[in-house]
Ligand binder design. Structure first.
Ligand code: HEC
Length: 584
């Protein structure tokens, strides 16, 4: 009876056609899986082979193929073969894929190809196809079914041909794969975006340039942090293959928060549609098309204050940076030239030399007479302002401000990177004041774990820090901080009623992009809430930033030491009146 039922089910899929071509070099891509972990293909360059099995919810051939795939994984994963599934179905999403995986005991990372760009470039037609990719050449060595057991017409009790295992065995032995392309039964995948004629008509002037202006030009402009400027069509067309690569791998725009967790006011990332438009346009040869050139017509320059002339500018002493080597953190202390207490509603750090300035933290040294509410630790609590590339200015949420009492000093912790030539830097801090009444003091707390100890070569070492809020607070922003070994970071709020919520997940943390994530809607945390910052460190050689995988790494200020700090910007109490101000 069950057998019959199965036959009827799989009859719903069409008959196979000639095999898909193996003449493909697989370009790198970056995708989130069903659990929210982030993977790139090329990070598995040291695998002996990569198997990509095309999954789709509800497809009987996929569901029935999992056991055979498991058996192959049991044999070949110990031989260095990396296994993934890939779901490119329009109708499936992360949640439904997770449910399908639970229901059918699928424990592979299922890469969710939301833009369908990977499916298009691999020329996928049907689910249940397995691809074997050679990480030495990134060529497809085999594509086709796992074996010959499953067909539309019937399901055999056992397979007589073991295509995938044969292909892996041949590949690992350095032999040619005898049958490298076999038509594969499975369920057709709808790929409505795959329309090359349409891609040639994507308008540079109307569709592409506005995306670049919104999402790239803020950094890719003269005086900006990025190494090249998107100043006209010609510049963009020349960089377009590289743009395709960084967009497909999610290296650019530099925004590393999982898009399915929380919403952030300063979100830089491309939407699914924007990604498709850009990549399709580039794949069509970046056609110039009709219309003006918005990038050339409205040139921008990033040398001035993003929020206008500040109320007070504090210049830093000129700094000289050597051509190479590691520069110790520099500490500069400057008196704030004010003659009354002021409330600061925003700050902007204007680096004099964006190439050399890695980051700067600014902390207030309060006059003895001032009682500070929260600051306990020199750098961890009470951070006043942060500069990281791409985030020059910060305006605090409406109705909140940081108090700067007369007599305060600001201490700067400045971190320079060497660029290959001697550099000088003359940076400035700009402060924006407010005279508003009824302001709430906006403070930054930085729960840290200074006891971290990361063993040599550990690929995924986990540790955490905890902050318990005794009283009600309102959260505005989150700023995970680790160093070179930082690989992932997650903030989880545990509420007094026992429920919990992930506030931010950064599964592919990169030290080079320290970022303050501003919550779109401030988050009220009732007294008793515990916020746990979960960090993952990668001290293996796979981590390209890792200066020394053989080191046992402990807490320390230099980048080759580690930190684990879950900074949060907040006010005490319920920011009731603030919600309306922010929502407006
Ligand atoms: C927050 C600032 C910022 C934004 C926004 C940004 N970039 Fe970049 N971009 C950079 C920096 C900095 C580098 C240099 C990175 C490095 O050297 O590691 C860079 C490098 C690049 C490169 C060269 C390749 C590389 O990895 O070095 C390309 C191509 C690129 N960006 C494309 C884009 C595109 C396309 C967008 C928009 C969709 C974008 N960037 C948005 C800052 C930015």
């Amino acid at each position: 009876m069950r057998y019959l039922f199965f036959v009827v089910l799989i009859l719903g899929c069409a008959t196979p056609e000639p095999p898909q071509s193996v003449d493909i070099v697989v370009d790198d891509f970056g995708l989130y899986d069903q659990r929210g972990d982030f993977h790139t293909l090329y990070e598995h360059a040291d695998a002996s082979a990569i198997v990509l099995f095309v999954q789709g919810n509800g497809c009987p051939i996929v569901r029935n193929g999992v056991h055979a795939l498991n058996a192959i994984r049991d044999e070949y994963a110990p031989k260095g073969v990396q296994f993934f599934m890939l779901n490119a179905n329009l109708q499936d999403d992360r949640e439904s894929i997770r449910q399908e995986a639970d229901a059918f005991s699928i424990d592979y990372p299922i890469l969710v190809d939301e833009t369908q760009l990977v499916a298009e470039s691999l020329d996928l037609r049907r689910t249940a196809e397995a691809l074997v990719i050679d990480p030495k050449t990134w060529r497809v060595r085999y594509r086709g079914p796992i074996d010959d057991r499953l067909h539309y017409e019937a399901q055999k009790p056992s397979a007589s041909a073991h295509h995938l295992a044969d292909a892996l065995r041949a590949h690992l032995a350095g032999r040619d794969v005898a049958r490298s392309a076999i038509a594969s039964p499975g369920c057709l995948i709808a790929l409505p975006g795959k329309d090359e004629a349409r891609h040639k008509r994507i308008s540079y002037a109307r569709e592409v340039a506005p995306i670049l202006q919104r999402k790239c030009v803020p950094c890719h402009q003269p005086g900006g942090v990025a190494p090249f400027d998107m100043t006209d069509y010609k510049e963009v067309a020349g960089w377009s293959p590289m743009m395709r690569e960084v967009v497909r791998t999610r290296r650019m725009p530099p925004w590393h928060a999982d898009p399915h967790v929380g919403t952030f006011g300063n979100d830089l990332s491309l939407t699914v549609r924007e990604t498709q438009t850009l990549v399709h346009w580039i794949e069509a040869g970046a056609p110039r098309g009709e219309g003006g050139d918005p990038l050339a017509e409205t040139p921008t320059q990033a040398t001035t204050w993003a929020y206008g002339e500040p109320d007070l500018v504090i210049p830093l002493e000129r700094q000289e940076i050597p051509a190479t080597g590691i520069v110790d953190y520099r500490y500069l202390k400057l008196k704030v030239p004010i003659d009354r207490d002021v409330w600061v509603r925003g700050t902007e750090f204007l680096p004099g030399n964006r190439a050399a300035m890695h980051h700067a933290l600014m902390r207030v040294i309060y006059p003895k007479s001032h009682k500070m509410k929260t600051a306990k630790n020199r750098w961890l609590d009470g951070i006043f302002a942060v500069y990281v590339p791409g985030m020059d200015g910060v305006m605090l949420p409406e109705g909140t401000a940081r108090l700067l009492p007369v007599g305060s000093k600001i201490q700067f912790q400045v971190h320079y990177t060497t660029t290959g030539r001697a550099e000088v830097d003359e940076s400035k801090l700009g402060l924006y004041f407010t005279d508003s009444q009824n302001l709430r003091e906006n403070i930054v707390v930085g729960p840290a774990n200074t006891k971290i100890k990361i063993p040599p070569h550990a690929h995924a070492h986990r540790d955490s820090s905890v902050k318990v809020f005794e009283k009600d607070v309102t959260l505005y922003g989150l700023f995970p901080h680790m160093h070179f070994r930082g690989a992932g970071f997650r903030y989880v709020a545990h509420y007094p009623d026992g429920s919990r919520e992930t506030l931010l997940s950064v599964p592919n943390y990169t030290f080079n992009w320290q970022r303050f994530y501003t919550l779109s809607t401030p988050k009220f945390l009732p007294g008793g809430t515990r916020v746990v910052s979960h960090a993952v460190f990668d001290n293996s050689a796979k981590n390209k930033l890792n200066p020394d995988p053989s080191a046992t790494v402990r807490w320390g200020e230099q980048s080759f030491d580690e930190m684990l700090i879950g900074y949060m910007s907040m006010t005490e109490g319920r920011g009731k009146q603030l919600f309306s101000a922010v929502d407006e």
